[in-house]
Design a protein around this ligand. Structure first.
Ligand code: SIN
Length: 354
């Protein structure tokens, strides 16, 4: 009788383990690539929300704080870098894009989450939106409060990002930013507040969706080219073209235009007031730069709305217009555009389609 009972218990145990294994095998696989930021920040006290060391905690410690991650997906983590994102570089972008492409090409994950500082998160997301060659979800997330703060927002953001990366509806939506329950397209998202937890907004064109009570829910999709429809390939690039942003203002002049030309830039984004308008005292120098083959793109410093083409009073090569892209995102598209062509008409077409 005892033997029979023991055998039954043994069989039940074997079945339970097999069931768990089957469930784990059926779960989506998500890899978290850590790059640093406030989400991994350690402050001196629980009430400090500034003056902390960004990128101090490793990915294993972040994952330990959210054991629920493993209920959503089979989640593993690796470190790409551990920086304050204000110090982001082209070199890290190139490494990150290659690592994402490598993981998907090898079929190692169904989705990828990138933990990132919020300061330049929208730039990295946009760079990846143009250089990842897969329609599987890539989701960036971070935190406005360090991991050591009371009510740190990082753990919930991480869980919601993993839920989104594991969600089939997120496939084909381009690179996403999930913060504070909002799902933003990389193209539209901007950090719009220095400290608040709802810092990320799409100033011109709206959110893609929300993570509603743990369920990523999409209400619309971007019509612009991205990921699998992008023509940009960074597999063999070891540097990106040098492009600078110049900020237009009352009392502007040609000083920084001349300095940029002297430094050898291949492109200039002029973040002008209103419809990307160029101060008359900077315009001649910009026109001269354009005549030398430097691509000049007008963007707006207003924070929202489209920059539309404007006739120049001078003859000569046109200044291009950035449409609804912010100056920082226009800079990235121009960098990538210059890896393909120097022709202003072809580059303007890219601004119309990405
Ligand atoms: C950073 O961007 O690395 C620091 C700020 C933040 O993550 O909120």
């Amino acid at each position: 009788m005892k033997l029979l009972l023991a055998s039954v218990l043994f069989l039940l145990l074997v079945n339970a383990i097999a069931g768990q294994k089957a469930e784990a095998a059926a779960q989506p696989r998500v890899i978290i690539l850590a790059t640093g930021g406030t989400i991994a920040g350690r402050a001196a006290s629980e009430t400090a929300v500034t003056g902390y060391q960004a990128g101090d905690l490793n990915i294993a410690s972040l994952m330990e704080k959210v054991p629920e991650l493993q209920e959503v997906a089979t989640v593993t983590g690796e470190t790409v870098c551990a920086i304050d994102s204000k110090d982001m570089t082209d070199d890290i972008w190139l490494r990150l894009a290659r690592r994402v492409n490598e993981i998907f090409a090898a079929g190692e994950a169904d989705g990828i989450v990138i933990t990132h500082g919020t300061d330049t998160m929208e730039e990295t997301a946009w760079f990846l939106n143009l250089t990842v060659q897969s329609d599987r979800p890539v989701v960036l997330t971070g935190a406005m409060r360090p991991a050591t703060a009371i009510s740190a927002d990082g753990p919930m953001n991480l869980l919601e990002a993993v839920r989104t990366a594991a969600c089939p509806d997120a496939a084909g939506q381009g690179v996403l930013i999930v913060m504070n329950g909002d799902i933003n397209a990389a193209r539209e998202a901007a950090k719009t507040n220095t400290l608040n937890t709802d810092a990320f907004r799409p100033p011109s064109l709206g959110l893609l969706g929300y993570v509603n009570d743990g369920v990523p829910t999409f209400y619309r999709a971007s019509t612009r080219r991205h990921t699998t429809r992008s023509e940009f390939d960074v597999a063999r690039l070891d540097a990106l073209p040098y492009v600078k942003i110049l900020y237009g203002h009352a009392g502007d002049d040609s000083l920084f235009v001349e300095a940029a030309v002297k430094a050898g830039v291949r492109g200039i984004v002029y973040a002008g007031p209103g419809n990307g308008s160029v101060h008359r005292d900077a315009e001649a120098a910009l026109a001269e730069a354009a005549a030398r083959g430097i691509i000049v793109v007008r963007a707006t410093r207003t924070g929202s709305g489209a920059v539309v083409p404007e006739a120049l009073p001078t003859d000569g090569p046109p200044f291009l217009s950035a449409g609804t892209l912010s100056p920082t995102k226009a800079r990235i598209l121009l960098q990538l555009a210059l890896t393909r062509t120097n022709r202003p008409d072809e580059i303007q077409e890219m601004f119309r389609t990405y």
